[in-house]
Ligand binder design. Structure first.
Ligand SMILES: OC[C@H]1NNC[C@@H](O)[C@@H]1O
Length: 444
């Protein structure tokens, strides 16, 4: 019996800086990740996205892999700096042309493009104007989005404005582990707000220019008390506000959790009713990027949250050290039905990195990833049966790629990429996912 309805959206996801390579080709302007990766000490093994998977040259071959999988959708991001090298103003027709060729080739194969407008690679020229802390940044983003809405109005009907605003605000501006590498709580709070304003501005623009669906993709992670102790429960609730409800409550409830003012202290701006009303913009769907849960213990000395996350047992962990916890996907999906009015949800990322072996006879055996995907797909099917308005599922990722500060050391792909030759090899999980799609989940 099929676990998923006819018309369910089956896809895989990637992002520009992680797979394309050629970051400065054909007039493209450099991004903050180009600068960050070229700054020694930021990326494992000193790697950069200069080559990545060379998707910029090999995109037709990669569309062949999508066809082999049998997906009906492909989520990818557009590099802002290829289209607007200065981030604003003059359009780089060669850069835009790459994405026009990519979209047309996908449509020829019957694969629906799902475009992420922003997956972390802000043009450096805009960072030099302050980047996302600049109050003009929402308008910069809306103007960029409008160029793409007009270019693809007739061909693309699924858009994601921003990927994981929490990661941008926290890893990029509070912890400094991602570009632009800032460690400034006040900046992080303002960046989070400007990203929500940017999302709202793009949604408003799309309402006049497009006739498809537009949403945002959030990284969501259940926060569970490590032990049945009041202090751990309170710590988990604080971290839930910080990781999950910061953006969920803003988008759906036009309010920030009260814990954020306590966590950020004086660095947290005093947002008024108008500001909160301006971010009340969930769009047509919510993208959920789910990987794992956190087990949270109280730790008063661990500022600003007063909480730490305990490492999971090795036998239940992925190569990223994240716990394999499929029940958490069902929990996250349930939030939308229980708290936020049961909006349309897409699982826009779900997957895992494992220490995959090298190819043997052209195939990589990755049984752990099959177990991971099967258990999470079952959780998704159960949520769907329980009434969650789930419209699609995207595996992260099509192929092994640049995993940000981890470089190429963490392999998330359904296809294994030889770092010397860039040859793509199917993993057994690719064949598994192909069978799931072909049977609408009956094989689960
Ligand atoms: O860590 C795996 C993925 N998580 N979400 C954002 C993507 O860019 C990452 O590769």
């Amino acid at each position: 019996m099929s676990a998923f309805p006819e018309g369910f959206c089956w896809g895989v996801a990637t992002s520009a800086y992680q797979i394309e390579g050629s970051p400065l080709a054909d007039g493209a302007g450099p991004s903050i990740w180009h600068r960050f990766a070229h700054t020694p000490g930021h990326i494992a093994d000193g790697e950069t996205g200069n080559i990545a998977c060379n998707h910029y040259q090999r995109y037709l071959e990669d569309i062949g892999l999508l066809h082999e999988l049998g997906v009906n959708a492909y989520r990818f991001s557009i590099a802002w700096g290829r289209v607007l090298p200065e981030g604003r103003g003059a359009i780089n027709r060669k850069g835009l042309g790459f994405y026009q060729r990519l979209v047309d080739a996908l449509l020829e194969r019957g694969i629906s493009p799902v475009i992420t407008l922003y997956h972390w690679d802000l043009p450096m020229a805009l960072q030099d104007r302050g980047g996302w802390i600049n109050p003009d940044s929402p308008q910069w983003f809306a103007d960029y989005a409008e160029v793409l809405f007009r270019t693809f109005a007739d061909r693309v009907t699924s858009w994601i404005t921003i990927n994981e605003p929490w990661v941008i605000a926290v890893l990029g501006h509070l912890e400094g582990r991602h570009a632009p590498g800032w460690r400034d709580p006040s900046a992080a709070a303002r960046v989070g707000h400007h990203l929500l304003l940017a999302h709202a501005a793009a949604v408003a623009s799309y309402r006049t220019l497009g006739h498809g669906q537009i949403g945002i993709a959030l990284n969501l992670e259940p926060q569970h008390p490590a032990y049945p102790k009041a202090a751990d429960l309170l710590a988990a609730q604080r971290r839930d506000a910080f990781v999950n409800r910061w953006f969920l409550d803003a988008l759906f409830l036009a309010s920030y959790p009260i814990e954020l003012a306590q966590i950020f202290g004086p660095a947290w701006p005093k947002f008024g009713a108008v500001a909160l009303d301006q971010i009340h913009y969930p769009g047509d769907f919510i993208g959920v990027n789910y990987y794992t849960r956190a087990r949270v213990a109280a730790a008063p000395e661990a500022k600003p949250l007063g909480a730490i996350c305990l490492p999971p047992p090795r036998e239940k962990s992925t190569a990223m050290g994240w716990e394999i916890y499929p029940e958490g996907l069902g929990e996250v999906l349930g939030w939308f039905k229980e708290r936020y009015g049961n909006p349309r949800v897409l699982i826009t990322e779900n997957g895992a990195a494992f220490a995959d072996p090298a190819p043997c006879a052209g195939l990589v055996l990755d049984p752990q990833r099959i177990v991971y995907l099967r258990s999470h797909l079952r959780a998704a099917a159960q949520a769907l049966a329980a009434g969650v308005d789930l419209g699609g599922y995207f595996v992260w990722s099509l192929m092994d790629n640049f995993e940000w500060a981890e470089g190429y050391s963490k392999r998330f792909g359904l296809y294994w990429v030889d770092r010397q030759t860039l040859q793509r090899y199917p993993k057994s999980s690719a064949h598994f996912y192909r069978s799931v799609i072909a049977t609408q989940g009956a094989v689960l």
